[in-house]
Design a binder for this molecule. Structure first.
Ligand SMILES: [Zn+2]
Ligand SMILES: [Zn+2]
Length: 175
């Protein structure tokens, strides 16, 4: 048996941790020209791609323009991705992603997505592109629209049933 050339590198743990770990590991393995601006790594060459896939196949692909910090959560990595004329922010994390693999030859970050958390309002999985919101008291998660609608109507959390309200800027706070 001839040794197989390693062409794929597991980045899952690094992506769940943060951008520094991700950029360092990619730079170590295939090189990556970037400029660091605070916690954001701007890629100098647009040659690193990302593909989001489910069991059924790839449903989104694009070119990574920067890799940065997830400000709203304590951990995680944000990929800013250009796809056609659109820029999208993608945040693979433990709740929506099974595995992240770097295809070293083709320079593609393959994200195998998997909704692991259910929305507390509609019961469906929260997927990678879904906007989420959580209860400030018990932290239960839901699709953002669904939780806003629920609180507007019932003024309580769907899970802990503590009183909640929505501020003028659309934030859900205890009330
Ligand atoms: Zn929902
Ligand atoms: Zn709650």
């Amino acid at each position: 048996m001839s040794p197989k050339q390693v062409t794929s590198l597991d980045l899952t743990n690094e992506v769940f941790k943060g951008p520094t770990e991700v950029v360092n590991k990619i730079a170590e393995s295939i090189g990556l020209k970037h400029t660091k601006v605070i916690e954001t790594f701007v890629l100098e060459e647009r040659d690193l791609k990302i593909a989001l896939q489910k069991q059924s196949g790839v449903f989104f692909r694009g070119t990574i323009t920067w890799i940065g910090d997830n400000k709203t959560s304590s951990q995680g990595t944000i990929f800013c991705v250009e796809s056609g004329s659109e820029l999208k922010l993608i945040n693979p994390n433990e709740e929506n992603t099974k595995q992240v693999l770097l295809d070293m030859k083709r320079r593609i970050v393959n994200v195998l997505t998997e909704g692991k958390v259910n929305c507390n309002v509609c019961g469906k999985n929260i997927e990678i592109f879904d906007e989420t919101a959580s209860c400030p008291i018990c932290n239960t998660k839901a699709h953002k629209d669904h939780l806003l609608e629920w609180v507007k109507m019932k003024h309580v959390c769907p899970s802990c049933e503590q009183p909640l309200k929505i501020t003028d800027s659309g934030e859900i706070i205890s009330g």
